[in-house]
Write a protein that binds this ligand. Sequence first.
Ligand code: ATP
Ligand code: MG
Length: 200
Amino acid sequence: MKIGIMGGTFDPIHLGHLATAEAVRENFSLDEILFIPAARPPHKLGKKVSDEKHRLAMTILATQSNKFFRVSDMELKRTGLSYTLDTMNELQKNFGASAELFFIIGADSLADLNKWHAAKELVEKCHFIATTRPGADANFSAVKKFFGEAATKHIHRVTTPGLEISSTDIREKIRLGRSIKYLVPEAVEEYILREKIYDC
Ligand code: ATP
Ligand code: MG
């Protein structure tokens, strides 16, 4: 089994996440992609994040039409901060030692990877698939300088569709009463408007 892990706040999940995950799945012949909404992302502690029940519901709605996509609430159920190392260890235990796990990471997050909890241990133990993202410049030589050989062995780079979409931008559009059509799946758009998640 080869499994892709797509972690994120998903506040809300959008077509940038989905198109990236699908491209990675095909490119690396992965058996499935597991979307894992983060409970308390350490890098977003000062920021307001929407209720986890909404973020989980939107992630389920967004992924249900793809038979290769699944959603896990494992980070939401765990108490404390969401550390990727804990998640990867738990998944390896659940899937068994022969499963290959690939954590999908966008260029903007890759630039911060050195600041993640137990970053060096994480890159030594796990595979990463570094994707492209418009507006984010992945400085791979800086990544290599910090992580050394482990980066060459464990961080795989791939070019993914350049969709210039971000959750921040979507939240802002809703606040301004602007359209978010074609930025999120229709079912997610309906959910956001019905539940008034981002209204002031
Ligand atoms: P926010 O603006 O709230 O930070 P976001 O759009 O960056 O939201 P996250 O949930 O923070 O979404 O991102 C989760 C993962 O998805 C990260 O690895 C991020 O780099 C990646 N990602 C998000 N949007 C895109 C996109 N448009 N194209 C490629 N990767 C993306
Ligand atoms: Mg982000």
